[in-house]
Design a protein around this ligand. Structure first.
Ligand code: BT5
Length: 264
């Protein structure tokens, strides 16, 4: 059962008309994405947020696991019903990743970079990840966007991950982080409907990219390719120059081939 969200999270929400004011904070769930997907199938409105202290089956992409000891991380999912085409749905990943970066800057003075398609990184180490999934429902398609962000704990060895507190050097409050994230997400999401909404979002993403300009290995169904990441399309897809040709990837795993200057 969720606790009373206002008590549990102590959230300084913007009031009943804020888009993300319905925050349901659970002690333990299998996966916040799964809980929200079930609500989405039952026509839950846009803006519902599910948060958990612990996930027993936290998921990454392609059946991978997301690990986080209880209480150590910000684990959340938001339900969106965006006016985007299927090709543009990767923009929802960019949106939540950018709002998470905004929150890290505000609350912890840490400024992560974004590794395409869905990682928040600091100095090349993974701080968080985003998982966007779509579910059908009676009111049409819902998009569930989940975020796992390491706050007090990171996986070992250290090269594989990092936590916000390790980088910030001081305690970070998950509720504050959540409130900041939801504020920024609302601003960025509402801006998406504007005339330049999509191009502004992608421009902000490019500015935070740890991937653009890098030598990369692109792994996806159908094989592995090596080249240089050169752009992100208005739909959020990656453009890489491979053997003199530009190729566009909607979904893939990307490995940065040489260490780059990823700052804090
Ligand atoms: C992701 O997948 O990075 C997306 C993770 C999304 C997790 C959130 S938590 C709330 C919501 N509910 C869910 O069930 N999921 C979402 P991917 O790019 O596939 O990366 C997964 C890989 O990251 C794993 O295979 C590990 O190598 C690594 N990993 C797992 N836990 C990690 C952690 N806490 N910190 C850093 N790396 C981690």
């Amino acid at each position: 059962m969720p606790d009373d969200p206002a008590t549990r999270a102590g959230l300084p929400v913007r009031g009943a008309r804020a888009l993300f004011s319905d925050v349901r904070w659970f002690a333990e769930v299998r996966s916040t994405n799964s809980v929200l997907a079930e609500l989405g199938r039952r026509a839950a409105p846009e803006g519902v947020v599910v948060v958990a202290d612990h996930q027993t089956a936290g998921r990454g992409r392609l059946g991978r696991r997301w690990e986080a000891p209880a209480g150590s991380s910000l684990l959340l999912s938001v339900l969106l019903r965006p006016a985007l085409s299927v090709a543009e749905l990767p923009l929802t990943t960019l949106l939540v990743a950018l709002a998470a970066c905004d929150a890290c800057v505000d609350v912890a003075r840490v400024s992560p970079l974004l590794k395409w398609p869905n990682d928040l990184t600091v100095a090349g180490r993974k701080l968080g990840g985003v998982l966007a999934e779509t579910v059908p429902g009676p009111d049409g398609r819902a998009v569930i966007v989940g975020l796992g962000l390491n706050v007090t704990w990171a996986p070992s060895p250290p090269a594989s991950g990092v936590s916000l507190e390790q980088v910030a050097g001081h305690p970070v409050d998950r509720s504050e982080l959540l409130a900041a994230l939801l504020r920024h997400l609302e601003d960025r999401y509402r801006a998406l409907d504007g005339r330049h909404g999509r191009s502004d979002l992608v421009a902000a993403y490019r500015a935070r990219s740890a991937t653009l300009g890098r030598a990369v290995r692109v792994e996806r169904e159908g094989g592995v390719l090596e080249g240089r990441a050169v752009d992100v399309t208005p739909e959020g897809h990656l453009v890489a120059e491979i053997a003199g040709r530009r190729r566009v990837f909607a979904a893939a795993d990307v490995i940065h081939l040489r260490p780059g200057g990823e700052g804090l």
